[in-house]
Design a protein. Structure first.
Length: 260
């Protein structure tokens, strides 16, 4: 009888593990839900206009695209901004995040209308995980040294922005983006997600192989951990601007659109 109980317990553990792996691998094994809405969130050193090139392509494909203006104050306030936009969507919606806004996607992505998640060189923490501690297990990217503070407001220096954030963009274009970067509050960096939407929603991830803002190997680790369908783009942190065709194609795939 004792052996039977042990066998039964082992079977339960094995079944739970298999279920978890199956959930993490949804993007690779399930046909995406067809969605006509896309909500895009931006991270630090940027505003919603960083999605302009991608939005134009999504609209040309017949999708309804909306960029969230991240307040860059606290994580709860940033997540609330995403949820307000999600509440305005009609039907299945792909939620996309770049850089820091991967935190927002991970938290707000449990919204019932979200059919898929797309991470673009983005943070993808687990529930309750200390992202800063996770990032420290990989070599520190160069851009980190370029963050400057005025009191509690942080921004990226012009040198770091041009070299480490937007390194594959024409200098004139990168300088325009630098001019419109929004400062973030220190409190934003202390927030932790309370849930991980990628554990229950199919996910896609675009790794930037030349990223100097988030370590590319950290991006690969997070993408693999979530079981995301992953592409690699030879791009800086701003692949959404330097390679909008590839990013748009990934989003269209997550939306169940034919990209052939």
């Amino acid at each position: 009888m004792m052996m039977n109980r042990r066998t039964f317990s082992a079977a339960l553990v094995a079944g739970a593990a298999a279920s978890l792996l199956a959930t993490r691998g949804m993007a690779a094994t399930s046909a995406p839900v067809k969605a006509r809405n896309v909500v895009l969130a931006h991270g630090l050193f940027a505003d919603g206009s960083c999605w302009t090139e991608v939005i134009a392509r999504l609209q040309a494909a017949g999708l309804n695209a909306t960029a969230v203006q991240n307040p860059l104050t606290t994580l709860p306030e940033a997540v609330a901004a995403v949820k307000r936009v999600l509440d305005r969507q009609d039907g299945p919606t792909v939620l996309v995040g770049h850089s820091f806004s991967g935190m927002m996607v991970t938290e707000a992505g449990v919204h019932p209308d979200v059919s898929a998640l797309v991470y673009v060189a983005a943070r993808a923490p687990d529930a309750g995980e200390d992202y800063t501690a996770l990032a420290k297990t990989f070599p520190t990217p160069p851009a980190s040294a370029g963050i400057v503070f005025d009191g509690d407001e942080g921004r990226l220096s012009e040198e770091a922005f041009l070299r480490d954030f937007a390194g594959d963009l024409p200098e004139a274009k990168a300088k325009v983006l630098y001019a419109v970067q929004q400062p973030f509050q220190k409190a934003l960096l202390t927030g932790k997600t309370t849930q991980a939407a990628w554990r229950s929603k199919p996910s896609w991830y675009a790794v930037s192989t030349e990223d100097r803002t988030i370590n590319p190997d950290l991006e690969r680790f997070m993408a693999k951990r979530m079981g995301a369908k992953t592409i690699e783009i030879q791009a800086s942190h701003l692949s959404l601007i330097s390679h909008p065709d590839e990013i748009t194609k990934l989003i269209l795939e997550a939306a169940g659109q034919n990209t052939d």
